[in-house]
Design a protein around this ligand. Structure first.
Ligand code: FAD
Length: 666
């Protein structure tokens, strides 16, 4: 047995699925030393999750790879609802937009998980030396609770083992088409078997001492079991099969997202995919186990196809090529706790499981670590206080609970038999189904996320349940009434993500979506709506605000390490209300376009809400709900959620916000 020397890292991530990869990407962008291990020998190449919400695309854009996804994916524009008529024949009854028009600069798309993982891997390579360590299994976990609050300590000790190729390869079901059964809820997890079998064998082990750890190891999470945390909720009786095929069919809407309820044979969801592929989610009535363990060997692609043919009859359906298939039983559960000592965290399927039909799991899993990664990054670097880590559970557990409630409603409506008439109480009303679909679209876009009051969000109200009955101290509840002035920007909601509208770059007149400049690089942003700079009073307000931020004891100077560029912890971005041609960039206070001896002035920080030569007027002030004359100021967190809103004179409040969150560097 080879025992490697003990090693140290800032962050250990178990599991390289979507949640783990997002955590690793933040580590890369924040520049901390992270390791990410996965028990499987290879990444996913086909199948699994495929739906990407508009919020996820916004996040990908902030990391710089949304364009690759946008280009390769299939765009989902319309949903067709098919229901039985009075004779029992299925007919198209409604068409609704897949993404609510105008809510984002992106719309929902589908692309398989393997490609998405590829973009993460490429981005990790571009920004760091972090590599996925595959075929590596953690075996033991110890946490020294007494050192949890010591910034310099490594309280986590994890023993890992490098598996051989056989152990690291996922078992397949024996058909010649790749399947995802090994990851399905119908399969038994193999982690304990692997640990048992590899003990005493030749192999390399290593002890890693880590400051922080995130368990992103999926629904059967080993990390969760080591912590002794529970999943709360239910297993449902619905068994679903999934087929990724190139269909040969006369069904007219095969290239649309469709929800089909048949009169007697169950329901099917059609998801058109890239490369002529179509995914079918089918309820398998034949093998419904009514709560008992299902015999997986009974489920084959042929059985799933047969069920689909029955639902879609009289239309014909066949295939020559099947790319992937799986089957699963829906469990709707949320973890009771998401963190231990704010040192070891759980994310993704490790703390919430539900049905895949609403296309949420991969998205919400990535959003968990998108919420957490920058917090750990800034704390490890000594820039932010450890107390911000508490907001992970308060913010994300609430989202997981909302997700389960949404999935519960959606699954029941989708899986149920259509009502024969208004008196048929056991059946599902198709009007109710359509209504749920339309209302659910906002939730499903990922844009409805609204974080509660905390030290990171200065708004009234409750911080959110911590799972253990406690609440995160909020600005509103903890240290007196400190809330942002929501009325100054009616469409920039405290706690929600900062919306994006078209603005022009002041220095070159190019139109941009403002969201493009809210990069995921670990920086907070002060966004100054400078208002009408033709008005002398307003001009003085802006210059006065700039002067305050430039002072030696300002938040910008205090929280930025002396050796670092002035915008490396908090970046200031300005949008004035025009006209562009009446304003000279260099007349604005230097803090708004900082000078670098080697690179000159910064030309990417001042924008204007004005008409562009070729792409019209973005009407940003109107869309943001900000007064064009007097403007306002907003703080966006590194994950683009809005932390505070105030006036240009509210410098003390800005100081108060950052003083609770960041650590003075000088
Ligand atoms: P996982 O993707 O499960 O990744 C966990 C990783 O941890 C794996 O790589 C695994 O090998 C590794 N691991 C496990 N145990 C250990 C261990 N002990 N040590 C080391 N590594 C370990 N979601 C959507 O958003 N949109 C969709 O369209 C969608 N469709 C779906 C379709 C199907 C058929 C299925 C099954 C799921 C679908 N989902 C969808 C859900 C989505 O796949 C999951 O929610 C998502 O993959 C969860 O990401 P994760 O990173 O938390 O976990």
């Amino acid at each position: 047995m080879v025992q490697l020397q003990d090693s140290h890292c800032d962050l250990l991530i178990t599991g390289a699925g979507p949640a783990g990869l997002m955590a690793a990407l933040w580590a890369a962008r924040c520049g901390i030393h992270a390791r990410i291990v996965d028990k499987r020998g290879t990444k996913i190449f086909n199948g699994q999750a495929d739906g990407l919400q508009c919020r996820t695309l916004e996040i990908f854009d902030s990391f710089g790879f949304a364009d690759r996804v946008w280009k390769e994916s299939n765009h989902m524009l319309e949903i067709c609802l098919w229901n039985p008529d009075e004779t029992g024949r299925i007919r198209r009854t409604d068409r609704i937009p897949d993404t609510i028009p105008g809510i984002s600069r992106f719309q929902q798309v589908v692309l398989h998980q393997g490609r998405i993982e590829r973009f993460f891997l490429d981005s990790l390579k571009e920004y760091s030396h972090i590599k996925i360590e595959r075929g590596v299994l953690p075996e033991q976990l110890e946490i020294d609770h007494s050192k949890a609050e010591d910034h310099h300590a490594y309280p986590i000790k994890a023993k890992i083992r490098h598996l051989d190729d056989d152990e690291a390869t996922q078992a397949q079901n024996g058909t010649n088409v790749p399947d995802g059964l090994f990851r399905s809820s119908l399969a038994k997890d193999d982690t304990d078997d692997l640990i048992r079998k590899s003990r005493g064998k030749e192999g390399t082990t290593e002890v890693i001492h880590a400051k922080y750890m995130i368990g992103c190891d999926g629904a059967h999470s080993w990390t969760r079991r080591q912590l002794g945390f529970q999943m709360q909720g239910e297993q449902t009786d619905f068994i679903w099969g999934v087929l990724d095929i190139v269909p040969i069919t006369n069904f007219p809407d095969i290239r649309m997202r469709c929800a089909i309820h048949s009169a007697k044979s169950g329901s099917i969801m059609i998801i058109p995919r890239e490369n002529k592929l179509v995914r079918l989610y089918i309820q398998l009535t034949e093998v419904n186990s009514a709560g008992q363990q299902v015999d997986r060997s009974k489920i084959t692609p042929e059985i799933i196809l047969k069920a689909a043919q029955k639902i879609m009859s009289p239309y014909e359906l066949a295939y020559d090529y099947c790319d992937w298939w799986t089957a699963y039983q829906i469990g709707q559960r949320v973890g009771n706790l998401f963190s231990c000592d704010d040192r070891v965290f759980l994310a993704g399927d490790a703390v919430h499981t539900h049905s895949p039909k609403a296309g949420q799991g991969m998205n919400v899993s990535m959003h968990d670590t998108y919420n957490l990664g920058w917090k750990i990054g800034l704390v490890v670097k000594g820039l932010a206080k450890r107390s911000i880590l508490r907001t992970y559970q308060s913010e994300r557990r609430r989202i997981a609970q909302d997700l389960i409630a949404f999935d519960h409603r959606f699954s029941r409506l989708f899986s149920g038999r259509p009502a024969r008439d208004a008196a048929d109480e056991a059946g599902i009303s198709m009007a109710e189904f359509k209504d749920a679909f339309e209302k659910g679209n906002m939730f499903a876009s990922g844009l409805a996320v609204d974080y509660g009051a905390s030290i990171l969000v200065a708004k009234p109200g409750d911080s959110g349940d911590q799972g253990d009955g406690t609440h995160v101290g909020s600005k509103a509840n903890g240290t007196g009434a400190f809330v942002g002035k929501q009325e100054l920007a009616s469409n920039i909601k405290l706690g929600m993500r900062f919306p994006s509208f078209q603005v022009l770059n002041q220095s070159d007149a190019r139109p941009w979506h403002f969201g493009h400049f809210l990069k995921s690089d670990g920086r907070f942003r002060i966004i100054v709506f400078a208002g009408n700079l033709q008005d002398e009073k307003q001009w003085k307000r802006l210059q006065g605000f700039g002067g305050s931020l430039a002072k030696p004891d300002s938040v910008i100077r205090r929280f930025t390490p002396t050796a670092k560029p002035i915008d490396s912890v908090i970046e200031i971005l300005v949008i004035h209300s025009g006209p562009r041609q009446k304003v000279e960039l260099l007349d604005l206070h230097e803090i708004f376009h900082p000078f670098d001896e080697k690179r000159g002035w910064d030309y990417e920080k001042v924008f204007v809400d004005d008409v562009s030569y070729h792409e019209g007027h973005g009407e940003a002030y109107k869309n943001y709900g900000v007064d064009k004359e007097s403007g306002c100021v907003a703080i966006a967190r590194p994950d683009q959620h809005v932390g505070w809103i105030g006036e240009l004179e509210d410098v003390k409040d800005i100081d108060r916000y950052f003083s609770e969150v960041l650590i003075a560097q000088v």
